[in-house]
Design a protein around this ligand. Structure first.
Ligand code: ATP
Ligand code: MN
Ligand code: MN
Length: 308
């Protein structure tokens, strides 16, 4: 242990390469979580988080003064960004300002140093910008929806994704809902993947119009769950598994086993504070097989109109 060579047993992640200024700054004052506390959290979850964030365009929710201060949803790199953060160029946006990516824990620490309290990756990687390697179905309960109904929606999305030959996983959003994610072998391009997720959302809404809607019209959402498929289009993002949320209580978007869904675990149940206990208690990581479970999306039939 402790050698420089990455052998079978890798040394624990070293997070001190990036210097944190103002480590005692309170990012979540209500929960007493500081910048340094955030860095410790990410060092702890890094091995699990890495396959879900490395090598992707990232949008960030930056909160230089913590969650009670101003928030910026930022997609482009800026001057003074830590050099451990990678700058990447969208091949379809030549001449545009670079986008943001990370390759390792140092990069993530660079984001912590920049007060990125939420990390929102694309569903494709810089190795293949046009072919997503995951789908995220974002379940957004409207006012008055019971938690069990959100769980039921997640189970229905799960079944429909399985019917399409995919392997769905579930996580809390750290906010109000659940996200059902399915890893893809990068094959189908963005428009086909979007069409597939749109058809899935619309089928759910058509089959259970009292429960689900597939369009974001606010007035129609009361008492229903929006099956938000729009995370699945080029340039769109969804919060990363393990990312913290800039909301009270320092919640995180926590990967779950399907069997854990129930009344005890609400959408913001897991936090920076209680995740270490969860990790210590978990027999196995419920998302350990996420990448290995990737399957190609078999797009059945044509969605029409897409000529050539
Ligand atoms: P909740 O469970 O509360 O809905 P959520 O993360 O799913 O949490 P949504 O409002 O449903 O929140 O947003 C879905 C995704 O849209 C976010 O995870 C994020 O990646 C993206 N998003 C959020 N804010 C913005 C924004 N200002 N501009 C563009 N995309 C955003
Ligand atoms: Mn949501
Ligand atoms: Mn949404």
């Amino acid at each position: 242990a402790g050698g420089q060579n990455a052998g079978a047993l890798e040394p624990p992640p070293q997070r001190r390469v990036v210097r944190l200024t103002h480590p005692d700054r309170l990012y979540w004052p209500d929960e007493g979580v500081t910048k340094e506390g955030l860095a410790d959290y990410y060092a702890e979850v890094w091995r699990r988080m890495a396959p879900l964030v490395v090598g992707r365009p990232l949008a960030l929710l930056r909160c230089p003064n913590g969650i009670t201060g101003e928030k910026f949803f930022q997609k482009h790199a800026w001057k003074g960004l830590n050099p451990k953060v990678a700058l990447i160029h969208d091949p379809q946006e030549t001449g545009d300002a670079p986008l943001i990516s990370i390759n390792d824990l140092d990069g993530l620490m660079g984001l912590v140093q920049s007060a990125a309290l939420e990390i929102h990756p694309w569903g494709s990687t810089v190795a293949d910008w046009e072919r997503p390697d995951m789908i995220v179905m974002d379940l957004d309960p409207g006012e008055g929806v019971a938690w069990q109904a959100v769980i039921d929606a997640a189970q229905e999305v799960r079944q429909r994704l399985r019917d399409a030959g995919l392997s769905p996983f579930v996580k809390t959003s750290g906010g109000k809902g659940l996200h059902v994610a399915a890893p893809l072998q990068p094959a189908a391009k963005w428009p086909a993947v979007k069409a597939f997720t749109k058809a899935l959302a619309e089928a759910m809404a058509a089959d259970s119009p009292d429960l689900y809607v597939a369009t974001i019209t606010k007035s129609k959402r009361r008492g229903k769950i929006l099956i938000d498929y729009l995370r699945n289009q080029r340039g769109a993002t969804a919060v990363a598994a393990w990312s913290t949320r800039a909301r009270p209580g320092a919640p995180v978007s926590a990967p779950l086993a399907w069997s854990e869904l129930g009344p005890e675990i609400g959408p913001a149940y897991f936090t920076v504070t209680n995740i270490p206990t969860r990790l210590a208690a978990l027999a196995s990581d419920p998302w350990a097989d996420f990448r290995a479970a990737a399957a190609p999306l078999e797009v059945k039939g044509r969605t029409g109109g897409a000529g050539a």
